[in-house]
Design a protein around this ligand. Structure first.
Ligand code: SF4
Length: 701
């Protein structure tokens, strides 16, 4: 335990904004917290979630304190020591791999894991267990953005930085509600607009959210029509002479095809498909075309779609045809949902990636990573992605899953399939901090993990900014850092390559592997990070101070260094509304809760904001169903149903309903679990599920 009044700098462990926090130890198990005034991201500000983060650590009443396991599904859970727990995990994994092959096991991890944890699990699974079955809840969050960046820019690379906000004069916020979900970024936007009232803000969302209060234009589109809208804006820019012909000629491929594609649909037709007015559409396009600095921001509204990659590409194209990339105050900016989704991708923590942004599909990349790790080879076959993994467990193709720092029983789409999958699995390991995880009830082995402030490591936020997080206090009971648990398991499996004396050595290995790549951070180690505080990658040499902005030389990471204007069509959502399910359900976050509420749900003042799950429904849709404000309603889809109370509001588009995604089960009863009804169809490229479009019916009960 550190001395009282000792101060530590760290980073918020909720959203991808990555705000700096100062934590002061004020006594035994007592902490005080404030925004770090010197931090370049938040300059001392914190949102409601960040401000209350220390309470989630100080309240240890829900914490998992010691390993537990059961010998069979018929046996009760019993407390065991760490040696017994790790030996059991190793014995089961060895047996299953011997009997059914390495693809019979898999790991499902989290964008909240620290980079070092991600690196170790990825190395363990792909390098040593011999399967690529490791995926993460980032698949539910950013994989469409990753695929879009890779296709258009040649690399999963966010080109800009938060400091570009203060240099832009037009913002296009699509499928995101930063006022609630990325609040400190939104505060910067508000302050910028207050100082520069001519700054134009365009919001694209089927709901009137708090973000819309800042908007000059709100395009309240029908879910699933984003690509049509973006193409219509592209058409207007072309027809009105707002494209950058020199940039297109010198730095892009694919423009002619794009031009032909967007000219196929008139603005009037597009406005009719998207259910917005032609005037608003034209106004938005004019704002973009006449801006000197244009930033687009997007989140799950685009990514969580069966056409998520195409939506991303269609948005990126608006930057490529206007040359609004690679210069101050302009560029595409995907808003990361989780604190370290980007760090996880850097070390290849997904089923189709390799460490250092290398590609599993590339034989040379596989060979170089295998050589670096000292293993014979890395299997070429892509691993199962998030939804595929649970389907494989249900069908018996996968026998065991190790779940780290995530609660799929609540967070995955079509959650009842996930329940079936976890019930059918032969062996489920749940490594978590809290007894509040609904997934625990399926566990055969429970491993208690250390939480934020109880371990050290690094994270990367939405603007490629890497931060070092200090360990401040010891974890409770016998809980261990996730990295230590993985190292113990790797050693019990008899694998070499896991003899690290410190996490700094793990980080140094990761940094070395990036040398010569586009995300080169070989100029970093723990001591430099502690000295610099935070830094944006790439950091390719020891004296390097980091990289604020990418593509300033207009050389992209594609083989010919030209950005690719891709036009892949305008797919309709996989699921269609029908007479039985005539409404479109979209889901999302509320202001004061995080994911499945295992942490934020412990804080009374956060629970006060919106204390119960609810369904937002338009007055016309409510009236036609005889539903009044506060009525209990059942929302049903082909997959299941969920019961909540109705909130009647004209803030939602007619024909569309909204459920918050946070609530799960309570005392064994469904308690507003939105994912009972959501569609688990996936984007064919990114494999990201389409949470934002499910056909449902709503009835009073
Ligand atoms: Fe934490 Fe995000 Fe809030 Fe910043 S904006 S304090 S990172 S939750």
């Amino acid at each position: 335990m550190p001395d009282a009044h000792e101060k530590f700098k760290t980073t918020c462990s909720y959203c991808g904004v990555g705000c700096g926090i100062e934590v002061t130890v004020t006594g035994k198990d007592r902490l005080a917290l404030n925004g770090d005034p010197d931090h370049p991201v938040n300059k001392g500000m914190l949102c409601s979630k960040g401000m209350n983060l220390h309470y989630t650590v100080m309240d240890r009443t829900d914490r998992l304190l010691f390993p537990q396991m059961r010998w069979s599904k018929a046996h009760p859970m019993e407390r065991v020591n760490w040696d017994a727990a790790i030996q059991r995990a190793a014995a089961v994994f060895k047996t299953l791999i011997e009997q059914h092959g390495p693809d019979s096991v898999g790991f499902y991890i989290s964008g909240q894991c620290l980079t070092e944890e991600y690196y170790l699990v990825n190395k363990l699974v792909k390098g040593f267990l011999g399967t690529n079955n490791i995926d993460t809840n980032s698949r539910l969050c950013m994989s469409s953005a990753v695929a879009g960046y890779k296709q258009a820019l040649g690399e999963d690379s966010v080109p800009i930085a938060y400091e570009d906000i203060e240099q832009a004069d037009c913002f296009f916020i699509a499928g995101a509600n930063p006022a609630w979900c990325h609040p400190i970024l939104f505060r910067r936007l508000e302050a910028h607009k207050a100082k520069n009232p001519d700054t134009k803000i365009i919001v694209v969302d089927p709901r009137v959210t708090d973000t819309c209060h800042l908007a000059d234009v709100h395009l309240q589109i029908l879910p699933g029509t984003d690509t049509v809208l973006f193409h219509a804006i592209g058409r207007w820019l072309i027809e009105n002479g707002y494209t950058d012909e020199q940039f297109i000629l010198n730095h892009t491929d694919g423009y002619d095809h794009y031009r032909k594609a967007v000219l196929k649909i008139t603005l009037k037709q597009a406005a009719s498909i998207c259910k917005v007015s032609v005037n608003d559409l034209e106004l938005a396009a004019r704002y973009i075309g006449s801006s000197k600095g244009f930033i687009s921001m997007w989140a799950m509204g685009l990514n969580q779609s069966t056409a998520g990659v195409n939506k991303n590409l269609a948005l990126l194209n608006l930057h490529l045809i206007t040359g609004q990339i690679g210069k101050p105050g302009s560029g595409p900016f995907s808003l990361t949902g989780q604190p370290n989704a980007m760090g996880g991708r850097e070390v290849g923590g997904m089923a189709n990636l390799l460490a250092a942004h290398k590609d599993l599909a590339n034989p040379e990349h596989r060979e170089s990573v295998a050589k670096f790790w000292g293993v014979k080879e890395i299997d070429a076959k892509p691993g199962l992605t998030a939804t595929q993994m649970f389907e494989a467990l249900r069908d018996g193709r996968m026998k065991a899953v190790w779940i780290i720092c995530t609660n799929p029983s609540v967070s995955m789409p079509n959650a009842r399939l996930v329940d079936e999958a976890l019930s059918a699995a032969k062996f489920v390991v749940v490594q978590d901090i809290s007894q509040r995880s609904d997934t625990l009830k399926y566990a055969d082995l429970v491993l208690p993990a250390a939480s934020w402030l109880e371990k050290e490591g690094t994270m990367t936020n939405s603007e490629r900014r890497i931060s070092y997080l200090s360990k401040v206090i010891d974890p409770p009971g016998e809980a261990l850092p996730d990295s230590e648990i993985i190292l113990r398991f790797a050693r019990a499996m008899g694998f070499h390559g896991f003899d690290f004396d410190s996490l700094g050595e793990v980080y140094a290995e990761h940094c070395r592997l990036t040398k010569g790549t586009n995300i080169d951070i070989s100029g970093l180690d723990y001591s430099r990070l502690k000295q610099l505080g935070t830094v944006q990658w790439p950091v390719p040499s020891l004296g390097h101070q980091g990289t604020t902005r990418l593509f300033t030389d207009k050389k992209f990471y594609t083989p010919n260094q030209r950005a690719q204007i891709k036009t892949n069509g305008e797919e309709l959502p996989t699921e269609q509304v029908t007479p039985d399910h005539p409404l479109i359900l979209t889901t999302g976050r509320i202001r004061d809760q995080w994911h499945t509420m295992t942490r934020t749900g412990k804080v009374n003042r956060l629970n006060k904001h919106l204390p119960h799950p609810f369904l937002e429904i338009h007055p016309s849709d409510a009236t036609s169903r005889g539903i009044k404000e506060g009525d209990p309603v059942v929302v049903s889809s082909q997959r299941g149903e969920v019961r909540v109370n109705a909130v009647i509001t004209s803030n939602i588009k007619q024909g569309v309903v909204f459920l918050p995604m946070h609530w799960g089960k309570h005392l064994g009863q469904d308690f507003g679990r939105a994912n009972n009804v959501t569609d688990d169809s996936i984007d064919p490229t990114s494999k990201q599920p389409g949470f934002k479009f499910s056909a449902v019916e709503v009835k009073k009960y």
